[in-house]
Ligand binder design. Structure first.
Ligand code: ADP
Length: 362
């Protein structure tokens, strides 16, 4: 292959590539490499450009031995650094190579951005640590009470009943956590598959309200559904149809309504409102919007962007005391993403919060 053919091939590769000759001079670059390292690098020594001992050492070795290698290269940027895996391959020399002169092999460097792989790895580690921590607390309690029931409280009927009821609560908490984890992994697995069924959101909300009403009333609360000119199942023009998965949509609005009741507090009515509107920048065309509105304490602005992270809670103690797993909104976010919808959270301290979900109309 001639130098110009090599350059043509390199330009066709979207990732950064460098051709370094036996003298260590950068002979050719592609557009991605120039964007990454600068326009000035052509004709320079690779050592002046790359400057990271790990990578320089590998290049040195490959050029001396003629065996392909791999190294890491890291570039600092405002978002906290980009990590590359660099493949170093050996080029056959034009016109043979004079082994006696100690000449070095010409090579090709190919950079692959592996930042997102690193991030995924970190997320997985954090996730395992979080799950273990969440399970350990109730497990420790259950084991402690078993011990007490076998020993000091053996003959104490009143204590036994009390301890058994605490153990039941803790076991139920673990059960909820495991079912939320399973839902989350099921939703994530299917996230790229867009649902194709046509679902009437108004009917879904009727089901949600009916399911939540008894628990709400027990706390002196009410849940009402407002249909702003929409979603009457008996009239086709007023239906709110979207492409969706009925069970998952049910889960979204059960989670949001349950949160509104939990964090809204007793005697603070919850309103669910459904309407049709014209979409805006990120979601064009006609949109069905559902607002779940509570009149609780509201959420500080700094927490809002993080609420959909797994296990993120504003007040861990309060969430746990109310049986929360910290996964409800993470599940909501994944389901909404799968439906190509949007979740918006607005809140005012002391006045309450509105969780809005927008879906493209079918
Ligand atoms: P949890 O099981 O803790 O309720 P979620 O994922 O459903 O987990 O919610 C995460 C956190 O978001 C909650 O712990 C709570 O701090 C906050 N949050 C959710 N919904 C509301 C709401 N309607 N009002 C105030 N805070 C809320």
């Amino acid at each position: 292959m001639t130098e110009s053919q090599l350059t043509t091939v390199m330009e066709a590769v979207p990732e950064p590539m460098l051709h370094i000759d036996g003298q260590g001079t950068i002979q050719a670059t592609n557009a991605a490499a120039r964007a990454l390292l600068g326009e000035w690098i052509l004709g320079r020594s690779y050592a002046a450009v790359l400057r990271q001992p790990g990578l320089l050492g590998r290049i040195e070795a490959v050029q001396a031995e003629g065996q392909a290698g791999e190294a890491r290269f890291e570039l600092a940027d405002s978002a906290g650094g980009i990590q590359f895996r660099v493949r170093i391959s050996v080029l056959p020399e034009q016109g043979g190579r004079d082994r006696t002169s100690g000449a070095r092999w010409p090579i090709l460097l190919h950079f692959t951005d592996i930042t997102h792989l690193r991030e995924a790895e970190e997320m997985r580690r954090d996730f395992v640590a979080n799950v273990s921590h969440e399970l350990r607390t109730p497990l420790t309690a259950v084991l402690g009470f078993i011990e007490t029931l076998r020993g000091p409280a053996k003959e104490d009927a009143a204590a036994r009943d009390r301890f058994l009821s605490i153990m039941e609560d803790e076991a139920r908490r673990m059960n909820r956590l495991v079912s939320d984890l399973l839902s989350l992994s099921r939703v994530e697995a299917a996230e790229r598959m867009r649902p194709s069924d046509i679902v009437d959101l108004g009917a879904v909300l009727d089901g949600v309200i009916a399911a939540m009403r008894p628990a709400a009333e027990e706390n002196g609360n009410t849940v009402e559904l407002l249909r702003d000119g929409l979603a009457r199942p008996d009239d086709d023009r007023l239906r709110a149809l979207i492409h969706g998965d009925r069970d998952q949509l049910m889960q979204v609005f059960l989670n949001l309504t349950e949160n509104a009741l939990k964090y809204g507090g007793p005697n603070k009515p919850v309103t669910v409102r459904i309407l049709r509107e014209e979409g805006s920048a990120s979601l064009k065309g006609p949109v069905i919007r559902v607002d779940v509105i509570d009149r609780g304490d509201g959420i500080d602005a700094q927490h809002i962007p993080r609420l959909t992270e797994r296990f993120y809670r504003v007040d861990t103690h309060r969430s746990r005391a109310m049986g929360g797993t910290g996964l409800g909104l993470a599940i909501v976010k994944h389901i909404v993403n799968r439906h190509r919808g949007r979740l918006r959270i607005a809140s005012e301290k002391g006045r309450g919060s509105t969780f809005s979900v927008l879906f493209p109309e079918a």
